[in-house]
Design a protein around this ligand. Structure first.
Ligand code: GLN
Length: 247
């Protein structure tokens, strides 16, 4: 496909050695491929513990999921970058964070019988460990993408509660989502998106992947850029195989 504008997005994959369970790397791969299929160049930098983060470079930040132990390390490291990443948020950079990574974009995550893990408050939310682990498929309705159906797999004990200025990413129809109580799943604030949906999330929700690509391009080029349509037969087939499926 012609890319007359030589479009490009720069992605910072944050702490992939620590936060990358349940194939969450597949989300970065999906963004990469859906850009390359449109001849949009993608540069991906893996940011590890001790690395600098050049917020002037990046249009898109990704954090995967992780167990409590890995979250402890990432929580400490993220504190060094809290202000710059909040600045990146306010400059409309796109953030996608899955489960454990999502929890660290809020104010804190309080595990069972352990010290509170500080987040970086990109979104007004907090998480506390619940008594049971939510494991299973999730079907939910996201009102800012078309089609609105999103699916994925959850595996978390954390219960996330959203503050007043934070929209849920979606409303759950099957599964638990943020806390198994208020029917919300994930969170959206500015271009910061958090979700409990592993799987990985984006391959089976191509409309959401394209929504994020559009937001990242708009952040970089300061204008709406229409994406060429792709043949999503396999992505939609995978999506439909999970709709309303619990296990
Ligand atoms: N450790 C966190 C929890 O159990 C996040 C787990 C994950 O990323 N899947 O809620």
């Amino acid at each position: 496909m012609e890319n007359s504008k030589n479009l490009k997005i720069n992605i910072a994959h944050l702490y992939p050695k620590l936060l990358n369970i349940y194939g969450d790397w597949g989300n970065v791969l999906t963004i990469k491929k859906r850009c390359e299929w449109r001849n949009i160049e993608v540069e991906i930098d893996s940011i590890e513990i001790g690395d600098a983060i050049d917020i002037k470079k990046y249009d898109f930040y990704f954090l995967g999921g992780g167990q409590d132990q890995q979250q402890i390390e990432v929580s400490k490291e993220l504190q060094k970058h809290k202000s710059p990443l909040q600045e990146a948020r306010d400059e409309n950079a796109v953030f996608l964070a899955i489960c454990g990574g999502y929890q660290l974009l809020g104010h804190y995550y309080q595990p069972h019988n352990a010290e509170k893990l500080l987040g970086i408050s990109l979104i007004n939310a907090h998480t506390v460990a619940g008594e049971k682990r939510f494991i299973g498929n999730v079907t939910a309705n996201c009102n800012f993408v078309t089609p609105q159906s999103i699916v994925g797999f959850e595996n978390h004990s954390g219960l996330t509660y959203l503050g007043e200025d934070v929209e849920p990413l979606a409303i759950v129809s099957t599964g638990n989502g943020n806390n198994g109580q208020d029917k919300t799943e994930g969170a959206k604030y500015k271009n910061v998106f958090g979700t409990y949906l592993h799987g990985s999330f984006l391959p089976k929700n191509p409309q959401f992947a394209d929504y994020l690509i559009s937001k990242a391009l708009k952040k970089r080029y300061k204008e709406e850029i229409e994406l060429q349509t792709l043949d999503d037969y396999f992505e939609i087939s995978a999506h439909n195989s999970l709709v309303n499926k619990k296990y």
